[in-house]
Write a protein that binds this ligand. Sequence first.
Ligand code: ZN
Length: 286
Amino acid sequence: MNGRIGIDLGGTKIEAVMLDRSGREVFRKRVPTPRGDYAGTISAVGDLVQQIGEGTVGIGIPGAESKGLIKNANSTWLIGKPLAKDLEAALGRPVRLENDANCFALSEAVDGAGKGAAVVFGVILGTGVGGGIVVDGKVIRGANAIAGEWGHNPLPAPTAADLPHPDCYCGRKGCIETYLSGPGFSRDHEARTGQRLKAEEIASLEDESLSRYEERLARSLAGVINVLDPDVIVLGGGMSNVARLYTEVPRLWGRHVFSDRVTTRLVPPVHGDSSGVRGAAWLWND
Ligand SMILES: [Zn+2]
């Protein structure tokens, strides 16, 4: 059988799946990532692919590829390396490589929450805030390989409640990520209440902190809607488990969108944590 192999090359684990022609998972395995070891990372991926056998190979990475070299990766030992070329040499077959948020968006667009939609914006609300754009089943990578990276735009229309702007690791202040990541949500709650809690604990309280989060998410997504006007926005990452977001945020975003009506749907993911690795497999969706 000739299926699609997807590899999610994460900072702590490497996950592999094989999808058959219908998208059904017929193999799955995860191994620890050889952290800090580039050659070891190449051979770990090689071993997984060899165990699976024939099939196209797509790889999702926590970073981007620009002019054949990896950048913006929090797995820093990959930065500046010709990862796709080295994997192709090791595997003896062509490899497609894409940012993991783009893989998430692709997975949900092909056979997940955005199935059948022309324009899908996939959002990661986790340790960081990322995003990916899929149009007609194809990832839009962009001229700088940063399409969909809305997390490092400034929070739109800040109010007194949003000040002072938090510092972001990227060197800027007041990035969307500093408010909407899980750690950003915790930081905001602690600044307001003095309580130090994890994001999921705060979400279960359903108090003012969650309302502040929803209102900021609405403002930030309205900015995306004004530029991209997607049919569907799919949330992923830990914060996507907060059920209230899907009713409250669309109630709030209308006042910031340049349109008399907003038909964009905000939906939870179908494949959840599996979306990254499934999307990597779907990079060969042609
Ligand atoms: Zn930033």
